[in-house]
Design a protein around this ligand. Structure first.
Ligand code: FAD
Ligand code: ATP
Length: 474
């Protein structure tokens, strides 16, 4: 018997139930990855659903998976096309009886799954899916998912008390690959001249990073104190992109946290890393509970939005300035430039740029979410749209009126202006106490600090003077 293992956002060999299960049932497991051209579709706002940086990270992850499967005696077939067409044809060609895959939860992915299943069934074959993205299995939640609490803390308390994490699956040692068909190549990614991703995709890099962050640099012990940073590689784990593509299993991360707690130290920081993984779980279960509502403007709220954001040409121009980091507000621009160049932004940065888009620019939060989808190497539909809903006040935040005073955030989290100057070198000579409100510089100051507003750096899109008072957003 032959089984096709259809790889999706689970690009790893460790702790992979579908791979392990398929290998228990047969040694003829044929791993396949299909690049779906729909992921390159153009968004109406003029950018690709999957931009070049994200494409690159994905391509690297698939390449690495092929290498790792080869080391196990197997291989990876790569195709370009619609999975619901490519896989039934491959199953026919190979004489495979079934397709095994990871279970997804959002509409686009489910639509592919359903179409594939129908075609396979029509040919007397089956699709079997496995829940393997979260720390907690859907079936092990201490409540049916339809009763998932709408407030994260309630979910966390229940899961910490009554939830369990299943043991990991071993990497199979009986894989073989005897197929003679064309293996296929990973499609070339558009020249990424301006991109400087900090990390490469793939399970191998994910293991290196984890080893480095936990064991070599010993950074887990101070994670809680550093996690709100923005500059450099080491204030947080940077696991998110590998987790999103499944190069890293969250259960493996948890097991390493526990080993660290035994061998090094157990403290608030070690707890906090596991706590953050619960947020990730939570947003996936929210997507199961609420379905397509996570993609709609009024989100999880029953009532429609009171003020529909503008969709005019001028709103689109403002959005472009946000997207390209040209708003004249250094904290926002620096973060948006970082996202543009590297495909990554810190959590602190994301909260600020999202709040700024929604609350200050009063644009449609879904535009922001769509740009993050295009650009973020850690894009995951549930975490992305779920966090955006939250910031937009139409999700699971019990404090709906939460407002980020960008100037206060900037002076608190980047007091010396190092972060903004790193991404906006034209502000290099502006002193720290003025750099975050650079739009307020007088003409003399501009001369003195070698920055001309409107020439070297844009005038601010909003009145910066409204900021700097008390806020509750830390
Ligand atoms: C508007 C917005 C959009 C976001 N979009 C995404 C997204 O598409 N994909 C994504 O993985 N995260 C998203 N996040 C959450 C968070 O910003 C990133 O997970 C985090 O910055 C990744 O960096 P790290 O791996 O170094 O995190 P660490 O601080 O080291 O945390 C460890 C892990 O915990 C998980 N985690 C931490 N915070 C969150 C959170 N708020 N929600 C869900 N998981 C979390 C991630 O898997 C992360 O890798 C978004 C947050 C905001 C405010
Ligand atoms: N995984 C995903 N990533 C990003 N966007 C998604 C994903 N899954 C679904 N969507 C988007 O969510 C939206 C679903 O919204 P909605 O339910 O309004 O659309 P619909 O199901 O096509 O129904 P209708 O046509 O009645 O509006 C679509 O725009 C869809 O592209």
């Amino acid at each position: 018997m032959k089984i096709i293992l259809w790889y999706r956002n689970d690009l790893r060999t460790h702790d992979h139930e579908a791979l392990w299960q398929a290998a228990q049932e047969t040694v003829q497991v044929v791993p396949v990855y299909v690049f779906d051209p729909r992921l390159l579709a153009e968004h109406p706002l003029g950018f690709a659903k999957t931009g070049p940086v994200r494409q690159q990270f994905l391509a690297e992850s698939v390449q690495d998976l092929r290498l790792r499967l080869r080391q196990l005696g197997s291989n990876l077939i790569v195709r370009v096309g619609l999975p619901e067409e490519v896989l039934p044809a491959l199953a026919q060609e190979l004489g495979a009886e079934a397709v095994y895959a990871s279970e997804e939860v959002t509409q686009e992915e489910l639509a592919v799954e359903t179409a594939l299943e129908q075609r396979l069934l029509a040919a007397g074959r089956t699709l079997r899916t496995f829940w393997q993205t979260t720390l907690h299995h859907l079936d092990d939640l201490p409540m049916p998912v339809r009763n998932l609490p709408d407030v994260f803390t309630q979910f966390k308390n229940k899961v910490e008390k009554f939830g369990k994490v299943r043991p990991m699956f071993a990497v199979p040692d009986n894989l073989e690959f005897n197929e003679t068909l064309e293996l296929g190549t990973v499609p070339a990614v558009p020249a990424a001249a301006e991109y400087r991703p900090a990390f490469r995709g793939g399970e191998t890099e994910a293991f290196h990073r984890l080893h480095d962050y936990f064991w070599t640099k010993d950074l887990l012990r101070t994670y809680k104190e550093t996690r709100n940073g923005m500059l450099g590689l080491d204030y947080s784990s940077k696991f998110s992109a590998w987790l999103a593509l499944g190069c890293l299993s969250p259960r493996f991360v948890l097991a390493e946290i526990q080993r660290y707690e035994t061998e090094r130290i157990q403290n608030e920081s070690t707890y906090w890393m596991g706590f953050e993984l619960l947020w990730r779980d939570y947003f996936r279960f929210v997507a199961v509970k609420f379905g397509n509502r996570i993609f709609r403007s009024n989100g999880l709220k029953e009532e429609p939005l009171r003020h529909m954001p503008a969709t005019t040409k001028s709103a689109q121009r403002t959005f472009e300035q946000w997207r390209l980091g040209e708003t004249g507000v250094p904290l926002i621009d620096a973060n948006m430039k970082e996202l543009l160049e590297t495909g990554f932004m810190s959590n602190r940065g994301r909260q600020n740029v999202a709040s700024f888009l929604v609350k200050d620019l009063q644009l449609d939060w879904r535009w922001g979410a769509a740009w993050f989808e295009s650009q973020g190497i850690d894009y995951d539909p549930c975490s992305n749209w779920g966090n955006w809903l939250y910031v937009a006040g139409v999700g699971n935040d019990p404090r709906e009126t939460r407002y980020f005073d960008i100037l206060r955030q900037a002076t608190y989290y980047d007091p010396a202006g190092e972060y903004v100057k790193h991404w906006l070198p034209q502000l290099e000579h502006v002193p720290a106490d003025k750099v975050h409100a650079v739009g307020l510089l007088t003409n003399d100051e501009q001369k003195h600090f070698a920055v001309r507003l409107g020439v070297d750096y844009p005038n601010p899109l909003v009145d910066v003077r409204k900021w700097g008072r008390e806020d509750d957003s830390r």
